[in-house]
Design a protein around this ligand. Structure first.
Ligand SMILES: *[C@@H]1O[C@H](CO)[C@@H](O)[C@H](O)[C@H]1NC(C)=O
Ligand SMILES: *[C@@H]1O[C@H](CO)[C@@H](O)[C@H](O)[C@H]1NC(C)=O
Ligand SMILES: *[C@@H]1O[C@H](CO)[C@@H](O)[C@H](O)[C@H]1NC(C)=O
Length: 977
């Protein structure tokens, strides 16, 4: 039975205190139930039996289960590997085995005590249940039966997870929760086949963090089997089966002769990165003088090199990478053409046929990765044999560039996706912290599944840490796509938090993870070095800081309350990402403010500069704290530089960003105080390049009942002495939150809110004049504030224009109209602000004709129109690409009863390239389109957006009637009635 609602899951967990393998059916409880079997009770743990002829990897995993019982109960299970058809000497037992490999299991099947017909012959499936009177003299057995090697292994680890051992018990130090008793429920737990056949990770860009950590921890200069077995075990516990090893400075198959052997024994299918063919690594080639890596000049050497790779891999389960790229993950030279590449693939297949001594080489898995320019070769006509898997790639920024067409989906080798959580390259490397939001991963990978890219999902995870959470989700989804629909993403976070930290904090921790990844996904840390969040409009910088401080406060509260054994895991998985991100956001915003304030002449610049220096130290302290956890277990893991980027490549050392400083010993020229206003970079008094003209002149934006009911001014000192100031308003309905104050030499600005009494303000446009004086010097600043007081008709429902814009979160539609069974549906948590809305089904046979597809309608109320009566409608879209050949991403739009305009969201792209607007779109994590519409009058209007193509994701709609200001996320949502 699947848990259909969240409340049910939480309720059940609260009752029994048990844990489920994340989101899957539960067959373990910590209290007895009708017909249950005690696996552990009163210091006794049932023995585990298996057939000694079963896969060594199955026996090894069964040994882990024994150790996991010890982690939970303090006592390990005895293990016995038998060579017989029954067990004796125990009334109750745990039996682990593979159908066709375990005489114990096969005997139960033959005796009709265990029915395996629904898993037999299947890929990676398992069935877990109680069997009564399994063998003479035995009362009950708890049987874990696998359809194949990994089926059994996953069954074993599913039970490990259910008894309370997280897949991350070692890799993130999640503590097992102690239990005195463990019961097997009288039910059947069955899983498999997985939805994606090969599911794995790519360890990449492993310097400095992973490399330095491995070298120190294993006292070595290679990535050896001591390290790799920890990865294999983690992958298997996550029900993954596939790995691309580190490749920049390592040779998986040569560095440690046990690597390849142990991968196979554990049950991991090894492959190589997309650009390393024939089970050999690039450093292996470079290790000896072998001539050019160029098949047109050096084919004999390269051929033989590949023969050796195939011979070495033959005993083990491997997935061959076919084709060839230039040395060092670069394109091959210009003159090397498609014909040559086809010849290369033919020769590689010839090698496989000879090595495996077979005429049907489709039994040896092969893939061809269509990464960057290689996709261009495909688009230009290059083909590989039908049984080779086409591995489509994303743009390195989590946007899949291409998915199979209907025809391509029929290929025998199937299709896969190579995805990224971490990247080194343009427009900026991002390899420090986790910036991957799960709803975005869901949207892209669900689309991949629907478009039948189901053979391989492999994701570049950088150093592995700190990508624990997105890796876990990626594997959950690859195992059971349908379990994790878009409406289950919050549930996934809750169950994850509950598994790792218990029910008490699950709700808060899930929220922390969902929020922090939304905030980090909207702008990579490495791209915060230039002003991103507006320092003057929409309070954007301040709101960003507040968001981080809110998360930080909650995270600190939980961190203090958690038991000491849970703290290291919480620090790694939740607290450090939040604290470190808070610091980096604060640091950059404050640095940018100090530069601006120094230009404005404000003493405040210096105080901010000091805070930036403190934050720079706090960042280092957090890194150190991570490195000193658990006696230094994760030393080096956070050593990735992340402050001081100036181009795509990481800075070679952490560098303090530019800050501003004024000379505090001297007074500013125009006056001892200076006044600045919201929305303006200018100052009063003084000549500033942002003032319109003259001493005191800058545009003050309108205070508006709906869009901007209050604004602020800031009074700052430009003096080397303590000074007092006062301020007043000439209007009976405009009040100031503060009318006088004192500013010291090193401090301070005073923020003064300008508050309108909207009930008293005249209807329509009016103005107030504000004065700001420094007591000793007389008047220093005077400003006129326009005020607009409009009232929307009481029968209007929708979003109300304020300050010249209407901003709408896409899910706050007035009407959502279906077209047949197609409809726009919410992807909760998607994107930069609230959610995304996307047309489903995500695969359609043809585009919808304009104005025939499902539509969203937004009612808006406008009080003003620009002189030319032209407004613009600006939808904010997710960054998904034109992945469907011949069907670029499009929508249609109209205001009121206009003819719809059909707009292409993502421009056309040269084969193998990214679209021309790609860099800004991935930097900003958003794509904008814009259409102009001429209206005849103010009042009520309706913005209509139709689906033309599926897989577009709408986040917000902004209507600009002339007041839109620069900002990163756009104006806050308008008032909705
Ligand atoms: C199991 O027992 C059979 C029969 O005695 C024997 O032939 C076989 O070699 C044994 N296998 C193992 C793995 O011990
Ligand atoms: C590390 O390895 C080196 C070289 O094998 C050896 O000399 C040294 O004693 C080792 N250090 C530790 C701490 O094991
Ligand atoms: C290398 O290329 C040459 C010229 O095309 C060909 O004669 C030769 O058989 C090739 N050698 C191998 C090992 O493929």
């Amino acid at each position: 039975m699947l848990h259909n609602t969240l409340f049910f899951v939480v309720g059940l967990l609260a009752l029994t205190g048990s844990i489920e393998a994340l989101g899957q059916k539960k067959c373990i409880s910590f209290s007895s139930a009708s017909g249950s079997l005690a696996l552990a009770k009163s210091g006794n743990v049932l023995p585990i039996y298996a057939d000694n002829a079963d896969w060594p990897g199955v026996l090894r995993a069964a040994g882990d289960l024994s150790a996991d019982f010890k982690r939970v109960t303090g006592k390990a299970a005895k293990t016995q590997w038998l060579n017989g058809t029954s067990i004796s000497g125990a009334k109750q037992a745990i039996i682990v085995g593979t159908v066709g490999r375990s005489k114990l299991i096969d005997n139960l099947v033959a005796a009709k005590k265990l029915d395996v017909t629904d898993i037999k012959g299947k890929w990676e499936s398992f069935k877990i249940q109680l069997v009564q009177r399994p063998f003479p003299g035995v009362d009950t057995a708890f049987v874990i039966a696998g359809s194949d090697k990994r089926g059994s292994i996953y069954g074993v680890y599913d039970i490990s997870e259910q008894i309370g051992v997280s897949p991350w018990y070692w890799w993130a130090d999640v503590p097992a929760r102690r239990q005195n008793s463990i019961y097997a429920l009288n039910t059947v737990c069955q899983q498999g086949e997985p939805d994606i056949k090969y599911r794995g990770i790519f360890l990449n860009d492993e310097q400095p963090a992973l490399t330095d950590w491995v070298y120190e921890k294993w006292n070595t200069t290679v990535f050896g089997s001591g390290f790799y077995v920890t990865v294999f075990e983690l992958l298997l516990r996550l029900k993954a089966n596939y790995l691309w090893p580190t490749m920049w400075n390592s040779q998986f198959n040569a560095d440690d002769p046990k690597n390849q052997f142990l991968a196979d024994e554990y049950g991991i299918v090894m492959s190589t990165s997309h650009q390393e063919p024939m089970m050999r690594s690039t450093p292996e080639w470079n290790a000896k003088p072998r001539g050019a890596w160029d098949y047109s000049k050096n084919n004999a050497t390269i051929y033989q090199y590949w023969v050796e790779g195939a011979q070495r891999a033959k005993p083990y389960e491997s997935y061959y990478v076919m084709g060839m790229r230039g040395n060092g993950d670069e394109p091959m030279s210009e003159e090397q053409n498609i014909a040559l590449l086809e010849k290369i693939v033919a020769d590689q297949r010839d090698i496989i046929a000879k090595t495996y001594n077979t005429t049907d080489i489709s039994t040896v898995p092969q893939s061809w990765c269509l990464y960057k320019e290689v996709q261009g070769y495909y688009e230009n006509g290059m083909r590989v044999p039908d049984d080779v898997t086409l591995l489509w790639a994303d743009d390195n920024w989590g946007n899949i560039r291409r998915l199979p067409s209907k025809e391509e989906a029929k290929r025998k080798g199937g299709a896969g996706v190579y995805y990224h959580f971490d990247y080194v390259g343009d427009p900026r490397s991002y390899k420090w912290h986790n910036t991957n939001s799960i709803p975005k991963i869901w949207q892209q990978m669900d689309l991949a599944y629907e478009r039948e890219a189901r053979q391989i999902w492999v994701v570049n995870v950088g150093d592995l840490k700190p990508m624990e959470i997105p890796i876990d989700f990626f594997m959950s989804m690859a195992w059971d796509v349908k379990r994790w629909g878009k409406d289950k993403l919050h549930e996934w976070h809750l169950l994850w938090a509950e598994r790792e930290f218990g029910a008490k904090y699950a709700k808060d921790i899930a929220r922390l993870v969902e929020d922090y990844t939304r905030y980090t996904a909207r702008r990579k840390h490495e791209l915060l070095n230039v002003p991103v969040f507006s320092l003057v409009s929409y309070n954007e910088a301040q709101r960003t800081q507040e968001e981080w401080h809110t998360l930080s406060a909650l995270s600190n509260k939980i961190y203090r309350q958690l038991s000491s054994d849970a703290k290291p895991a919480y620090f790694q998985l939740v607290h450090h990402p939040i604290e470190a991100s808070r610091v980096v956001h604060d640091l950059h915003i404050k640095a940018q403010q100090s530069v601006l304030y120094a230009e404005q002449g404000r003493n405040t610049a210096n105080a901010l500069r000091g805070e930036v220096e403190d934050l720079f130290q706090e960042d280092a302290k957090l890194t150190k704290q991570y490195h000193s956890l658990l006696g230094g277990k994760w030393n080096h893991m956070m050593s990735q530089t992340h402050i001081g980027y100036v181009y795509w490549q990481q800075p070679m050392r952490q560098q303090l960003p530019q800050t501003g400083e004024v000379q505090l010993e001297e007074v500013g020229l125009p006056a001892p105080i200076v006044v600045t206003f919201e929305d303006a970079f200018g100052v009063a008094p003084g000549d500033n390049r942002n003032n319109i003209h003259g001493f005191n002149q800058f545009a003050f934006s309108t205070l508006d009942r709906y869009g901007a009911p209050t604004k602020y001014a800031e009074v700052s000192s430009m003096s080397n002495k303590q000074i007092t100031w006062n301020a007043y308003s000439n209007s009976s309905y405009v009040k100031l939150s503060k009318t006088s104050g004192r500013l010291g030499k090193n401090s301070d600005s005073a923020r003064v809110d300008i508050i309108v009494d909207w009930a008293k303000a005249p209807k329509g446009l009016s103005a107030a004049t504000l004065w700001f004086n420094s007591t000793a010097y007389g008047m220093t600043g005077q400003v006129t504030v326009p005020i607009r007081n409009e009232v929307v008709p009481s029968d209007f429902k929708g979003h109300i224009e304020g300050a010249g814009v209407v901003a709408i979160e896409a899910e706050h539609w007035s009407r959502n109209k279906k077209a047949g069974s197609a409809a726009w549906e919410v992807i909760p948590g998607y994107g930069r602000t609230l959610s995304g809305v996307s047309p489903f089904p995500s695969v359609t046979d043809a585009p919808y004709t304009a104005a025939q597809g499902p539509s969203l309608e937004y009612d808006i109320y406008l009080f003003t129109l620009p002189a030319n009566k032209s407004i613009s409608v600006i939808p904010y879209w997710g960054t998904g690409l034109n992945q469907n050949p011949g069907r670029p991403m499009k929508y249609a739009v109209a205001v009121d009863n206009e003819d719809p305009q059909v707009i292409q969201i993502v421009p056309n792209t040269k084969p193998g390239d990214v679209p021309p607007d790609w860099q800004p779109s991935v930097r900003d994590s958003v794509r904008y389109t814009r259409t102009n519409h001429t209206l005849s009058a103010v009042g009520k209007h309706t913005v209509k957006i139709w689906a033309v193509e599926p897989a577009v994701v709408l986040e917000r709609v902004v209507v600009n009637v002339g007041g839109l200001k620069n900002s990163y996320l756009g104006p806050p949502e308008s008032v909705r009635v």
